[in-house]
Design a protein around this ligand. Structure first.
Ligand code: ZN
Length: 296
């Protein structure tokens, strides 16, 4: 068996940028602490809207070169977070961005949404059996906010965790391996609400005119559902830099922890990241470390 660091974290995301927005501080922290951090991104985000006018030519209805461009953005973001193991599910471009729910791109051949679940999951099983992560992080069943690729990423991650542990499944993909703990990305409603109150008071000092709403934040739930938080404040600058690296997708205010996506609606940037444990045993009643209770 190849030598792997004692703590191994796998994150499964839909598009380049989702990892930095949701888990940037968590990823930077564990990478800095010497854990092996693996990011699997399921699509290239080809259907995203482009923020800077000078890059508008990359859009899918023009040159359709956003996918390759976003590989570069993701690479730059991972450099900021100190993460060296980042991969695309099945290789770059294997599954295409499905567009927003209801778009005609949803069912286009090659779209991630239309992919066979077990076939897509098998690509991830190979990664799980190679890296043998004790901890998996992905979205909730609603994909955080209902985007088809986020819902599909959730399904693929959960299915792959199941299949990777199945002794009879595809031994050509490696030895069976059971992931000890699975978390979904979350945001506690009271914290998010407070942060939006703060945002309203500083909005005039940001480049944005209008704020998003609490429920625009992916994964918002009642506080009781949260079982773990990662205090990423020492890594806030890295997270911010990683988000900025996704130039076509994210605009971050210069001096305040505030950002917007292509809809230009301001959102608070979180340097404490929240999770709900959905598989495995918690190490304590409210965890401050995703590896609590895990043996190397
Ligand atoms: Zn996304």
């Amino acid at each position: 068996m190849t030598e792997l660091p004692g703590r191994r974290l796998l994150l499964v995301h839909a598009h380049p940028d989702d990892e930095s927005i949701n888990n940037g501080a968590t990823m930077a922290k564990y990478a800095a602490e010497g854990a092996h951090v693996t990011l699997v991104t399921c699509t290239l985000g080809e259907e995203g809207e482009v923020i800077p006018d000078e890059l508008a030519h990359l859009a899918p209805d023009r040159e359709d070169l956003l996918g390759p461009h976003r590989i570069g953005e993701l690479t730059a973001a991972m450099k900021e977070l100190g993460v060296t193991d980042h991969r695309f599910l099945g290789g770059p471009g294997r599954f295409r961005d499905s567009g927003m729910m209801g778009a005609e791109q949803n069912d286009r051949p090659g779209s991630f949404w239309s992919a066979d679940l077990d076939e897509a999951a098998a690509h991830l099983v190979a990664v799980v059996r190679e890296v043998r992560p004790q901890v998996l992080v992905t979205y909730d069943p609603h994909g955080g906010y209902g985007h088809p690729d986020h819902i599909k990423a959730h399904r693929v991650a959960m299915r792959a965790a199941e299949l990777a542990a199945e002794p009879a499944f595809r031994r050509d993909l490696g030895d069976p391996y059971a992931i000890a703990k699975i978390y979904w990305n979350r945001a506690p409603r009271t914290v998010v609400t407070e942060r939006f109150h703060w945002l309203a008071s500083v909005l005039g000092r940001t480049p944005f005119d209008v704020a998003a709403a609490v429920d625009d934040v992916p994964g918002v739930v009642d506080d009781e559902r949260i079982t773990a938080e990662i205090d990423g404040r020492p890594y806030a600058e890295r997270k911010t830099a990683a988000m900025r690296a996704h130039v076509t997708q994210v605009a971050v205010a210069d001096t305040l922890p505030v950002f917007a996506l292509s809809n230009r609606l301001a959102q608070p940037l979180f340097d404490i990241e929240y999770y709900e444990l959905v598989r495995g045993e918690p190490g304590s009643a409210y965890e401050k470390d995703l590896f609590e209770g895990v043996s190397a």
